[in-house]
Design a protein around this ligand. Sequence first.
Ligand SMILES: Nc1nc2c(ncn2[C@@H]2O[C@H](COP(=O)(O)OP(=O)(O)OP(=O)(O)O)[C@@H](O)[C@H]2O)c(=O)[nH]1
Length: 405
Amino acid sequence: MIRWFKKKKGRPEVDSDQVQEQFDGDVVPEEIPAAIEPIVEVSELVVEPEPEVSTLHVAEIQESAVSELAAAVADEIGLPAELEDEAGKLSETGDESVSHPGKPGLFRRLRARLSRTREALTSKLDRLFLGKKIIDAELLEELEELLITADMGVETSLGLIEAVRDKVKRKELTDPARLKTHLKAEMLTLLTGVAVPPLHPGKPHVVMVIGVNGVGKTTTIAKLAHHDLEQGEKVLLVAADTFRAAAIEQLEIWGQRAGAAVIKQKTGSDPAAVVFDGLAAALARRVDKVYIDTAGRLHTKVNLMEELKKVARTAAKQIEGAPHEVLLVLDATTGQNAINQARLFHEAIGVTGIIMTKLDGTAKGGVALGVVQETGLPLQFIGVGEQMDDLRPFEPEAYLEAILG
Ligand SMILES: Nc1nc2c(ncn2[C@@H]2O[C@H](COP(=O)(O)OP(=O)(O)OP(=O)(O)O)[C@@H](O)[C@H]2O)c(=O)[nH]1
């Protein structure tokens, strides 16, 4: 189930210098040429590019690949859930078909991809509860610490513990063995409690994708486009990350893989100009959906947030209500930093939804809870690998089952 949301009105402003400091690094800026080359459209498949080099550690990839393979083998030969787990060391207990009737294969893969987070969380929780007979203040304090160190964010962890403490006070919860179940229920309430703004789609529907360097914006756009194309939609990609030399080329490669046309200009062009022309092309070609790829870092003298705001204003000049969505891509492996980024981008630009990538390569998957709780934004998609179909709509129950199951 895919939800699309309209941008919120009346967003608070933020000190953009402060925001810029967050993202400016010590990168030597490239020289930005003033001339803007004419638009070039990529319409034909030319070369089959080499696969991207992953940012993940080799051992992590191998671990994930082993889990994946075990799941696939189990699927193939139809082992019962308990034996699959035994064979692939995929999970500790439970028959997933009970909690996820109708799509056990999909859930099994999600579970395999989130194995690092699950292993980290459940082993710590089990150790904490081991031999405990009562839920006392000390146990709750240790649990609070565990959640914070699991990258859920301080505010979120305190909120979850407070809810559990209330249940203990009301004597609804007394047995430490039941703590995990109650915690999971509180987490589900948190994840499903986010107010979902109504959808106001445009024609074409314009989606601006933002986020810092390397979080997975470009590949995520390709995955979204791939999904839309499979639904029979006509999709156009706009390469508005004109700062990084390889970014345009990368979008072209991914556009070719997904089968979507790309509108681009020369490196160093004004991103707003690329968007203006890109949306004119989108209107002329009557496409259904436009994805705008934006920069995650700019020339050190240019304020990233101001540039992104300008891109959004320019989009609105071409198409009423555009961008209809602003999706922020966050890298789960950055843990607590992802929460800070979400807050800053939302305050500056106004984000409508979050996409969290690289959940397959990290034990920090709990950060999804922190991001939702501390921004009040819906988590719409999660990235669990580098292939085209490794982007999934976020389903809170399946996610919690996969990390705590
Ligand atoms: N394991 C894993 N890798 C991912 C995922 N999403 C993206 N990646 C990888 O992350 C790396 C960076 O992705 P890009 O799409 O280039 O990131 P970007 O945000 O566009 O980066 P810039 O263009 O530098 O701003 C690539 O190697 C991707 O294959 C994911 O869900 N899981």
